[in-house]
Design a protein around this ligand. Structure first.
Ligand SMILES: Nc1nc2c(ncn2[C@@H]2O[C@H](COP(=O)(O)OP(=O)(O)O)[C@@H](O)[C@H]2O)c(=O)[nH]1
Ligand SMILES: [Mg+2]
Length: 225
């Protein structure tokens, strides 16, 4: 079953003090307001209205937790960079997200949504700066790629890939469109790999003890039946 299918809402929190006790590996989704984050989550989950798709960006300042079928947790971080958000809300957002990204030990990877027409803004770089030093992976989705034709889309992909490579090999990037449903499998494969749930490729030499160790945790959190 694809990794994000049948995600179930668990809890929303507004303050670092409200963070639930870690219970399973977490994958965070972040991005500027209007980057297409809610649409991407809904597309990946195969759900029309799991995450709210907004016409008034910047309203949600909550962290939403969704339980995945494999036992891992999808963490939907509040969108950032919306100009009309009051200064106090912006500061609270910064404090909440910085604490979460820097200190959450159960957070194993970050999926960062950027509008493919204007990627790598100042705030996107700030997010990367808060999380990349942990050495844990960041996967960038260049969203709304249907709005670019093939040449410019490819050029954007290469330019962002080059810029990300400065942070280390754990930063990856792809094109994504919720409208056309393109890029879904590529994203699923990356996150499945982060969770140690990937199928070994044919031809790989499999060390069964290592594979078993990598799959414990995420795979065993789910109660059968
Ligand atoms: N053309 C196109 N528009 C999209 C796509 N994804 C999102 N949008 C539009 O972009 C706007 C913001 O999307 P939303 O998912 O709410 O962004 P969020 O603020 O990051 O959660 C909405 O008007 C969406 O319909 C996409 O893949 N292609
Ligand atoms: Mg949204």
């Amino acid at each position: 079953m694809p990794i994000f299918r049948n995600a179930q809402f668990e809890i929303s929190i507004a303050k670092p003090s409200g963070l639930p006790a870690p219970n399973g590996p977490e994958i965070a989704f972040a991005g500027r307001s209007n980057a297409g984050k809610s649409s991407a989550i809904n597309t990946l989950a195969g759900h029309v209205r799991l995450a709210y798709v907004s016409k008034t960006p910047g309203r949600t300042q909550l962290i939403n937790f969704f339980r995945l079928n494999c036992g891992a947790v999808l963490v939907d971080l509040p969108g950032y960079g919306y100009a009309a958000v009051p200064e106090k809300v912006r500061r609270d957002w910064g404090a909440l997200i910085e604490v979460y990204l820097k200190e959450r030990e159960s957070l194993i990877g970050l999926v960062l949504m950027m509008d493919s027409r204007h990627p790598m803004t100042e705030l996107d770089r700030q997010m990367i700066g808060w999380f990349a030093p942990s050495g844990r992976p960041i996967h960038v989705l260049l969203t709304k790629s249907d709005k670019l034709s093939r040449g410019p889309a490819k050029a954007t992909l290469l330019a962002v890939r080059k810029e990300l490579s400065a942070y280390g090999p754990q930063l990856t990037v792809q094109l994504f469109s919720s409208l056309k449903k393109t890029g879904v499998e590529e994203c699923e494969a990356i996150v499945t790999d982060w969770l140690g749930l990937g199928e070994p490729k044919t031809g790989d030499v499999v060390d069964s003890s290592a594979t078993g160790a990598a799959q414990t945790g995420a795979a065993e959190t789910k109660t059968p039946g």
